[in-house]
Design a protein around this ligand. Structure first.
Ligand SMILES: NC(=O)C1=CN([C@@H]2O[C@H](COP(=O)(O)OP(=O)(O)OC[C@H]3O[C@@H](n4cnc5c(N)ncnc54)[C@H](O)[C@@H]3O)[C@@H](O)[C@H]2O)C=CC1
Ligand SMILES: O=C([O-])CC(=O)C(=O)O
Length: 329
């Protein structure tokens, strides 16, 4: 090991995404095969024992790149010196819970975590929020970390991006690797808009190759946007390995760059691009270079896409207004 270890904090480490995620981080798939990592696992006190169990298994993996594991139930300790923070733990919606209750309960988690990141994270910290509602949880954490550059707070829409690639590949009977420039716009929710009008298949227009507006509107978009519910229905539990896979993809590409001639989708603070109000954490097409991302500019947005993007961004605006009203941002 020649490089100094990078500190990676994972919250909700004893949960099902955590279980799928940690082993891949330890094996080098997050940051690269020459980069040692030190894991910091944050859990609520009742779940610390389970996280300790996962840590025993990580030890049994004898991963050459795993430089150490700490397990804590205190956010300040969890984020002290952290370089990469994966905020997975969140309060799930339970029966009878209104959206306002859900936002408030998550505010109780993401506000102190934002404060702890502000107080102790490394200068180069990169944050990915996975826990739902991911975009708005990211906004809450960001609001409480005024000393951290706002663009370091991102939300995960890479699972939606990957789902869209897979569904389009299936429709066209082509490998996923033939498809480039997929975009997810908006919120990680049922209003999200997977856009194939700017996507390419074997270098040509994906929308032209599909040429089926009925499939697009009535199969593809709802399938991608509601895939989480489809998985819950089939598995009896929400997506976990695919979510962990997407989290690995998101951070890997942010750190190591996106391939030439392609882009990925990330929930990032809007700079006003494509008419998305500045500051909302919304999904955009981005390219990553040198450890930073940039929103892809100049894409053509047709009327159909415009109305879909506006609907999802409208929902994000409502969520922001709701957490503002609750005093969470
Ligand atoms: N953005 C996306 O694409 C996706 C997001 N998700 C979301 O990811 C989250 C986690 O999913 P799972 O791992 O399946 O849930 P899970 O319920 O199996 O695990 C969540 C873990 O978080 C922990 N936790 C709760 N509050 C915490 C806090 N304040 N600090 C630290 N840990 C805390 C719990 O003890 C639990 O171990 C959920 O909110 C889920 O909806 C899931 C799939 C995709
Ligand atoms: O609905 C959930 O909790 C899981 C989720 O976000 C997804 O699978 O996209």
């Amino acid at each position: 090991m020649t490089q100094a270890p990078v500190n990676v904090t994972v919250t909700g480490a004893a949960g099902q995404i955590g279980y799928a995620l940690l082993f891949r981080i330890a094996s080098g798939q997050l940051l690269g095969q020459d980069q040692p990592v030190r894991l910091r696992l944050l859990e609520i006190p009742q779940a610390v024992k389970a996280a300790e169990g996962t840590a025993l298994e990580l030890e049994d993996g004898a991963f050459p790149l795993l430089a150490g594991i700490d397990i804590v139930d205190d956010a300040k300790q969890a984020f002290d010196g952290t370089n990469v923070a994966l905020l997975v733990g969140a309060r799930p919606r339970t029966k009878g819970m209104e959206r306002g209750d859900l936002l408030e309960a998550n505010g109780g988690i993401f506000k102190p975590q934002g404060e702890a990141i502000n107080a102790g994270a490394a200068d180069d910290v990169k944050i990915l929020v996975v826990g739902n509602p991911a975009n708005t949880n990211a906004l809450i954490a960001q609001a409480h970390a005024p000393d951290v550059p706002a663009e370091r707070f991102t939300a995960m829409t890479r699972l939606d991006h990957n789902r869209a690639l897979a569904q389009l590949a299936k429709k066209l009977g082509t490998p996923v690797s033939d498809i480039k420039k997929m975009t997810i716009w908006g919120n990680h929710s049922a209003t999200q808009y997977p856009d194939i009008f700017n996507a390419e298949v074997k270098g040509g227009s994906a929308a032209e190759a599909v040429n089926d507006q009925n499939w697009l509107e009535n199969e593809f978009i709802p399938r991608v946007a509601k895939r989480g519910a489809e998985i819950i229905e089939a598995r009896g539990a929400s997506s976990a390995a695919s979510a962990a896979n997407a989290a690995i993809d998101h951070v890997h590409d942010w750190v190591n760059g996106t391939p030439e001639g392609d882009w990925v989708s990330m929930g990032v603070p809007s700079d006003g691009s494509y008419g998305v109000p500045e500051g909302l954490i919304s999904s955009f097409p981005v390219v990553c270079r040198g450890g930073a991302y940039e929103i892809v500019q100049g894409l053509e947005i047709n009327d159909f896409s415009r109305s879909r993007i506006d609907a999802s961004v409208g929902e994000l605006t409502e969520e922001r207004d709701a957490v503002r009203k609750l005093g969470l941002i």
